[in-house]
Design a binder for this molecule. Structure first.
Ligand SMILES: Cc1cc2nc3c(=O)[nH]c(=O)nc-3n(C[C@H](O)[C@H](O)[C@H](O)COP(=O)(O)O)c2cc1C
Length: 202
């Protein structure tokens, strides 16, 4: 489908989508560094920056370990990415000398990932978030301490044609849509749209 924003936004937000067909070409460090730099500037509760990123580029010593974490259906396409990232978040923070649970560790890691995705797109690279992987295996094989949550994996790569993609994914290889704002933003509590329908029309 063609994506159309219902209200004015920077094209970046509707242009980002998650393909599965990747060229597999090497990703320059400059691209990765810019994307991680964008992630670094995400907001977080008390500015604790709970996110951490574990990186494997295709061909790195850790590459097959990262690919081996993926659910088989995800491995079919994600092994042609240029790099895979495992996103972690630290579960606790220190506030006035006391270590407490950080209730927004996942929320903040999510903000960092979208910064990463948008900066990568600005440089001509696509990303694809992945929840379908073995978190227990990731914790063991990547030696992730218990005080970090394992949030998600991300594939990054250059968009390729359908010829590189397993046929079972061909039909879904296109940008998808979104629920309208009047089913998303409510006045005070769930139920009544916050904006009159006519103002929310596409
Ligand atoms: C946390 C997270 C987990 C996801 N897990 C998977 C996955 O395991 N496999 C997959 O093919 N896509 C996965 N996706 C991609 C989503 O399906 C995709 O982002 C969503 O359909 C919206 O499409 P878009 O990113 O193209 O806008 C995941 C995305 C996120 C953010």
């Amino acid at each position: 489908m063609t994506r159309n924003a219902a209200h004015p936004v920077e094209p970046l937000f509707v242009d980002r989508w998650s393909p599965r067909s990747f060229t597999g070409e090497p990703v320059p460090d400059a691209v990765l560094l810019s994307a991680f730099e964008a992630a670094r500037w995400a907001p977080s509760a008390s500015n604790v920056q709970p996110w951490r990123f574990l990186l494997a580029r295709a061909g790195d010593a850790d590459w097959e370990t990262f690919v081996g974490l993926l659910m088989p259906r995800n491995a079919l396409w994600a092994r042609r990415a240029s790099a895979l990232v495992v996103i972690l978040s630290e579960l606790r923070l220190e506030r006035r000398g006391v270590v407490v649970d950080n209730v927004s560790h996942s929320f903040d890691a999510g903000a960092a990932w979208t910064n990463f995705a948008h900066q990568a797109l600005l440089l001509g690279w696509h990303t694809h978030g992945i929840g379908g992987f073995d978190r227990d295996a990731a914790r063991t094989r990547l030696a992730v301490p218990d005080d970090f949550a394992i949030e998600a994996m991300v594939a990054i790569g250059r968009l390729a044609g359908l010829d590189t993609l397993d046929p079972e994914f061909h039909a879904a290889e296109a940008p998808n849509g979104r629920r309208p704002l009047d089913e998303t933003v409510f006045a005070g509590r769930l139920g009544t749209p916050a904006f009159a329908r006519e103002r929310n029309a596409a």
